[in-house]
Design a protein around this ligand. Sequence first.
Ligand SMILES: Nc1ncnc2c1ncn2[C@@H]1O[C@H](COP(=O)(O)OP(=O)(O)OP(=O)(O)O)[C@@H](O)[C@H]1O
Length: 633
Amino acid sequence: DLSSSRSALISLSSAVGGRTLLWNTSNINPCSWSGVMCKNDAVVGLHLPGFSLSGKIPNGVFKNLTSLKTLSLRYNLLSGNLPSDLGSCSELRNVYLQENEFDGEIPEFFSQLRNLVRLNLASNNFSGQVPVSLKNLTRLKTLYLQDNNLSGVLPELKLELDQFNVSNNRFNGSIPVSLSSMPVTAFQGNKLCGKPLQICPGIAAGTGILTGDERKKKKGLSGGAIAGIVIGAVVAFALILMIIVFICGKKKTKKSSAVDLASINKQLGYDVPEEKPVGDTESGGGLGGGYSVSAAAAAAMATNGSAKLDEVGGGVNKKLVFFGHGVGGRLFDLEELLRASAEVLGKGTFGTAYKAVLEMGTVVAVKRLKDVILEEKEFKEKIEVVGAMDHEYLVPLRAYYFSRDEKLLVFDYMPTGSLSAFLHGNKGAGRTPLNWELRSSIALGVARGITYLHSQGPNFSHGNIKSSNVLLTKTYEPRVSDFGLAQLVGPSSTPNRVSGYRAPEVIDSRKISQKADVYSFGVLLLELLTGKAPTHALLNEEGVDLPRWVQSVVKDDWASEVFDLELLRYQHAEEEMVHLLQLAVDCAAQYPDTRPSMLEVTNQIEKLCSTSSREASDPNSTSFADADEVSSH
Ligand SMILES: Nc1ncnc2c1ncn2[C@@H]1O[C@H](COP(=O)(O)OP(=O)(O)OP(=O)(O)O)[C@@H](O)[C@H]1O
């Protein structure tokens, strides 16, 4: 009953401390305490991830919490053995104990928790063997044991697991057949062999698989082993050869990208002297990346006047066509653009993007389009529509250039890079963490930008919404880029790789409906909340996309289990996070008709952001403890 659960939680709190010390224990109803979830007057969930808990969990806590369905104590500093009375929580479905310092063996009692679906014991100090009795857990879908000190042979559990990982332990022997379809990464960092890793030495074809123990008994090298070693040596040699070839190949491609802008000059009719790879010369513009146009090429261009330009494209006077007032109020000509020192920013679906630093320090991003199949007139019409878009949260297209051989687009340069790089790039020291306020304001800005595009008419859509197309200003304000480009290029350039953002109904990526944009935006929101890239290798190996992964976790668990680790410390905002998560899931609905419109989405995010800023500025809710109580309902 609730009162015994209450005293159990109080004894837990006094043993492990952390943020459970903020529990208002004078309140006789523990269901209002942060992280405690109740249903029908029973505690069914205990969610204390990243709560700064430390020390040992005393015995006797869990025998008074037998209705628990979910136990999440991940990312704490809990140590010692798991208390044996945890085995009495027979309703448990989800157990998240990863990233602690628990030690001892994996208790046998887990095998009595017949409802277990997810068991995550990763990144602890567990040792000993994996109990064979886990095979009784017929509902188990997730078994994560990586980064422990477990040893021995992996037992044949014969479970239908979706997620499995035992990497970085001390297991040996052969991998059981029922686990052979798991990815290689699930087993790395052990002394294991057999599918999906290399075949175990000493197995003659058809003789079946030996366990580690059996193999130890076999002395000497069998014919198979010798053959294995020989084949291994040959393969290793071939690999080294391939790596050498690959590295040489890479060097070459670097060289060619180094003079990309110079080669544009050539095509435009300039006399470009023999190119020198910039990596070898001094990069004149002083750009760290060093992909500058060689100084000699620039000099040659400077002496060649715009007369030469007239010859390109059949005598039509080709120049940069500007929209509005140029970049930072400055207009420049093609020559100046081509003279600029340039640095490759990256290759995208529609071509390569460069950063170009012009005279007087003006910086622009230039996109060199490939595979444009449109005639000039049609291209002009379409690009003028893009150029006419004018909104705070869009990256403005400043100018374009069209000739038979070259199509260039000039945008404002965004110094902080893309949201994608920020979310998934370097997470090390020196990086500004993306806190909840930043993430929600980025979500709002992007939503406003897309809503603006959609408001131009029913046929207006972005067509390629993803986190690498959300660029950030110095103050981390978002700017949506790349809108309308999918319509300019031929089918070969349309993003056909499984991107994770594309709505299921989309067949032709040049024709993306507004509702398909909404889907992509939903995936982008999920990415912001979970910190997981929709193209995340782990997700893909499991054949699950981000929306389905989130839905499965939310359905049989608590929504907050999906949030990015970095967001865990903003628990005062959990209610808003859960709201945004729900909105994201709605956007990424399977059927277009059930998705909200971008305008509705923007309105909802606006509401959500205004509540959180109101709370933050409300003097009555400044105390962390109070804020916490509010969010736990
Ligand atoms: N205006 C800009 N300012 C700063 N960086 C930019 C700008 N435009 C693009 N980039 C960066 O250049 C790189 C390549 O961009 P690009 O848009 O060509 O490809 P993408 O976004 O990866 O894919 P796609 O072509 O499908 O949109 C990206 O990393 C992007 O962050």
